[in-house]
Design a protein around this ligand. Sequence first.
Ligand code: PYC
Length: 331
Amino acid sequence: MRHTFFCIDGHTAGNPVRLVAGGAPLLKGGSMSERRQDFLNRFDWIRTGLCFEPRGHDMMSGGFLYPPTREDADIGILFIETSGCLPMCGHGTIGIVTFGLEHGLIQPAVAGRLRVEVPAGVIDIAYETAGDRVTSVKITNVPSYVAARDVTVEVDGIGTLTIDVAYGGNYYAIVEPQGNYTGLDDLGAARLIELSGRVREAVRAKVEPVHPLDPTIRGVSHMLWADKPKSDGADGRNAVFYGDKAIDRSPCGTGTSARLAHLADRGRLKVGDRFVHESYIGSRFIGRVEAATILGDRPAIIPSIEGSAIATGFNTIWIDRDDRFWNGFQV
Ligand code: PYC
């Protein structure tokens, strides 16, 4: 039996985005969060088949468009990635919205604006176009907050680290430069990958954050190594680790949101401040602290992130049950 998926492939600031434009399964659920659970229970083979090798790779990431479950939203997005079905993905949203608009899959009621339902909540999009190209997408993201401060972990190969945990649509362990971590270039990509899994495990053993309003969103899934900027005009640089071997090529939308919440919580950013975030490969998102808010009983911020994406081509992908590797593999 052969399943066919019509995809638009591309990237946001260097990180892959696969918009699955045809072949999405029908999902049950009264919200995108419930649909995410239904997808994970019944259709996770689609995610692994499209994201893992041989049809994907360690960084593969993307999503499906769905009709929203709420009247105040224009579209719904379900994200897929090597690490799972994320509650929210910033670089994924920028890519999916760009490709969806450029190819007529998304029809906005008001030009330049969209309201999108994602599993983590509702986000607002403002986009710009030039001719038939979408040139920038700004996401006003879900409320973001700091879940834990000053968590001390002992990690084989690097020693003691002090870490804060912040939420920006996913939960991030954030490591700032300190005694045993002196910056991204001192470690390099291969070493970052080797250490990140261990650091994440050590943090998970100490903290299990749970979203104040949606208990299906829980646990530290990502790691953000923060650093000083490398190029003119940037305010900070990062390497975000996800899955088992991926360093985000983009500055990471939910990672940037978590970092903004973290910097605001530490009193280093205030409402209205802009923060240009550089990725490991030097691509950029513009972040901003839009507003202060409350999430459950926690002080939080509303962050925004702005960036752009490029489609690289159409990709018709088969998942054939007769293929030994029909649902993908990881090494
Ligand atoms: O941009 O939010 C993001 C993201 C999450 C994982 C990789 N990128």
